[in-house]
Design a protein around this ligand. Structure first.
Ligand code: CLR
Length: 408
């Protein structure tokens, strides 16, 4: 393919997104920027350093624990927002997950032991992914759900994330509420898209610590991309306990006052690969298996074949929704349930609201649940049912339905 051809395709793509409506799923893109990974896979980015994920559980001092949580969170940003982009400017458009799509796996780490990942697409309109990440050995659990609201302005795609994440540490019965940063895509006009983070993230702990991460983008002092400054405070005092600053794509330093007390560098901390079942052993609703034919077509760069294979999945889904409507039923989520109210999050939000006044920072509010088709919680009962085999019939029926809808 000649340069000119790519250039023209890119230009028409950029023109087409200029008129898109905010639903990322409806955006059509040329094959060379299509990713083979579905968004349901992105939940794995939270735990590519299992050692840091479980580190807070080893600290008996609540302040050190809150710091360890902050450090772990900062270490996840590179994977979340730039790992698909090793060569800067090669961000791609992920596959749009279908309702019920799953991504299941685990990490084995000599120190952290086994950490399990359960990710499920719990809503299609609007698209929402829910996940649960569990390390039983250390009693550390993360759960959350998220969707995206996108808009296009002055040649960038702006993405507001809706939803939240919540970390639980069993030994201290402690919770941490984590908000999700706003982001935008840079480099679009040049055909070299990459993510830059904006505004801030907060982490509110039930033990009274409050962390704020401010994303400064290109630091005007350093001139580097992906910069941030973070602080950790305890409520009731204006004292800053720790500051962390650096580049979330590279390294950062932790300081107490002016003294450096710790640091982190991605170069010295390789990620732990996620272990997945081989495709043939996966459930038909698992992402890699379900999208396998689309992935082959993307590898070939065959636009028609991509379209045809995607349509098969989309039409089957449409048919299923139609049937459900006729029968007055809804799709049964395998691992998550939607709730009216989540009291643990509610408590943390109340704390954040109270503290924000004393700390002089904006209060954290929960996004309107309608934006995520509800509040999604990991359902332990459903999970136990899957593990012990008591839901086998139900799961088989779900798979059969999908397969029947795909057959014609
Ligand atoms: C999904 C939830 C993850 C964090 C995350 C990282 C990158 C984001 C992604 C989320 C949503 C989809 C996203 C992506 C970067 C690019 C992609 C915004 C928020 C868009 C749809 C691709 C636009 C197409 C250009 C590359 C041309 O925890």
């Amino acid at each position: 393919m000649g340069r000119k051809k790519i250039g023209t395709t890119w230009t028409s793509f950029v023109k087409s997104i200029a008129s898109f409506n905010g639903d990322l799923a409806s955006m059509t893109a040329p094959p060379f920027i299509l990713s083979k990974a579905s968004l349901v896979e992105f939940s794995a980015y939270w735990t590519e350093h299992p050692k840091l994920f479980v580190a807070p559980a080893k600290e008996s001092d609540p302040e050190k624990r809150a710091l360890a949580v902050l450090k772990w969170f900062l270490s996840t940003l590179k994977q979340q927002y730039s790992s698909r982009n090793e060569k800067l400017g090669s961000e791609k458009k992920p596959l749009n997950p279908f309702l019920g799509e799953l991504f299941l796996g685990h990490w084995d780490d000599p120190e952290a032991g086994k950490t399990e990942l359960i990710s499920e697409q719990v809503s299609h309109h609007p698209p929402v992914t829910a996940y649960s990440i569990i390390n039983e050995k250390h009693g550390v659990k993360l759960q959350g759900y998220n969707g995206q609201k996108a808009s296009f302005a002055s040649m960038t795609i702006n993405v507001k994330q809706v939803g939240l994440a919540r970390l639980h540490i069993d030994a201290y019965d402690e919770d941490y509420l984590i908000t999700l940063p706003t982001l935008h895509i840079e480099g679009l006009v040049y055909g070299t898209p990459y993510v830059e983070l904006e505004k801030s993230t907060i982490i509110q702990s039930s033990s009274g610590y409050f962390a704020k991460i401010e994303y400064t983008g290109k630091g005007w002092v350093s001139g580097k991309k992906n910069c941030f400054n973070a602080t950790l405070q305890k409520v009731g005092s204006k004292d800053i306990l720790y500051t962390i600053s650096g580049q979330w794509t590279d390294s950062f330093t932790v300081k107490k006052g002016k003294t450096e007390v710790d640091s982190f560098s991605h170069k010295n901390n390789p990620t732990t690969p996620l272990t997945l079942k081989p495709i043939e052993e996966q459930d038909p609703l698992e992402s890699r298996r379900a999208w396998a034919k689309v992935a082959v077509a993307i590898d070939k760069g065959d636009y028609e074949e991509i379209g045809m294979e995607k349509s098969k999945i989309e039409n089957a889904q449409r048919e299923l929704r139609k049937k459900e409507k006729e029968e007055g039923k809804t799709w049964e989520r395998r691992y998550f349930s939607s709730v009216e109210k989540d009291s643990a999050t509610g408590k943390l939000l109340d704390l954040a609201a109270k503290y924000s006044v004393s700390l002089g920072v904006p209060a954290v509010t929960l996004d309107d649940p309608s934006k995520t088709n509800g509040i999604w919680l990991f359902d332990e009962k459903k999970y136990e049912g899957v593990k012990s085999g008591t839901r086998e019939e139900e799961l088989k029926a779900a798979v059969e339905k999908v397969e029947a809808a795909t057959a014609h």
